[in-house]
Ligand binder design. Structure first.
Ligand code: NAI
Length: 272
């Protein structure tokens, strides 16, 4: 690839589980753009072994870390900074809800599982940033990104308490983004991605309907994992140095749509 937006940049990528994972695509693109990084995931996710193929392709190593364990995170950042020095980027691409997986009704959620959802899907973002902040592990101008979904702003049945987790995640980007920006010139943003067929995505009750509905309403159609990876590369690059504390929609225009002509026609035809 001739355009090397991330040449010389070093980072950590959380959340590549298999080829369909958004983080997997980000790793591939970041590598193409000249970045070097450590891949990490929860020890239980590493048992599948898929991630080793990605590590080989990207000429790197995998360091296990449960994102809810401060000890694991500290160890991860120690290994990464020993290898690279201070880092330029971090991707948080982590989400999990047992309530969603088990298709619990929103009015009948298990609150122990809900606490786990919050810790894994939202508080882990604060844990990652706090670890890096305390260790002074990120360079001036470094870029931290997390992936989110529009259920933080609008209600979608089937998304369970992940909606609240995403709202919290986006809020952490703003709040930590303030402190990180002011004290260490690090930017923090979330990318709000279209429905994407991955292990986490497909676990949502009625995923196909979510996917097709958004695809139909978006003037550009749903954004793929591949194009999300392109956006992440730009957000890790020096071209976006002044963007911080934002929730950035990457959804083919879906978030700005009220109604479309195609939808009106379909409703009218249905009522004939
Ligand atoms: P995925 O299932 O491939 O990735 C989720 C990752 O979270 C997995 O790699 C999993 O091992 C990791 N994870 C779970 N518990 C963990 C823990 N305790 N510590 C460290 N890692 C842990 O699915 P996908 O879709 O690539 O998800 C990535 C991010 O994108 C998530 O935040 C998700 O909510 C978000 N997103 C996904 C959309 C979709 O439709 N797939 C749409 C919008 C946002």
């Amino acid at each position: 690839m001739s355009l090397q937006l991330l040449k010389g940049k070093k980072g950590i990528i959380f959340g590549a589980l298999d080829e369909s994972s958004i983080a997997w695509k980000v790793a591939e693109k970041a590598f193409e753009h000249g970045a070097e990084f450590i891949l990490t995931n929860a020890p239980v996710a590493l048992r599948m072994g898929e991630i080793n193929k990605l590590a080989e392709k990207c000429n790197t190593e995998v360091v296990p870390a449960d994102a809810t364990s401060m000890e694991d995170l500290k160890n991860l950042f120690e290994i990464a900074t020993a290898k690279y020095g201070k880092l330029d980027f971090v991707l948080h691409s982590i989400g999990m809800s047992i309530n969603v997986r088990k298709k619990q009704e929103y009015t009948d959620l298990n609150h122990e599982w809900m606490l786990k959802t919050m810790d894994i899907s939202a508080i882990s973002f604060h844990r990652v940033m706090q670890t890096a902040y305390k260790m002074d592990a990120l360079k001036d101008g470094a870029s931290v990104l997390a992936l989110t979904y529009i259920a933080a702003q609008r209600t979608f049945p089937g998304y369970g308490e992940m909606a609240e987790a995403k709202a919290m995640l986006e809020s952490f980007a703003r709040s930590f983004g303030y402190h990180y920006g002011k004290n260490k010139k690090v930017r923090v943003n979330t990318i709000s991605q279209s429905p994407t067929a991955t292990t986490a995505g497909s676990g949502v009750n009625g995923f196909d309907v979510f996917f097709n509905y958004a695809d139909k309403l978006s003037p550009l159609g749903n954004a793929s994992a591949d194009s999300c990876a392109d956006y992440c590369v730009v957000m890790f690059s020096d071209l976006t140095r002044m963007v911080t504390m934002q929730n950035l929609f990457h959804d083919g225009g879906y978030s700005s749509i009220g109604l479309t002509e195609a939808f009106i026609d379909e409703m009218e035809n249905r009522n004939k």
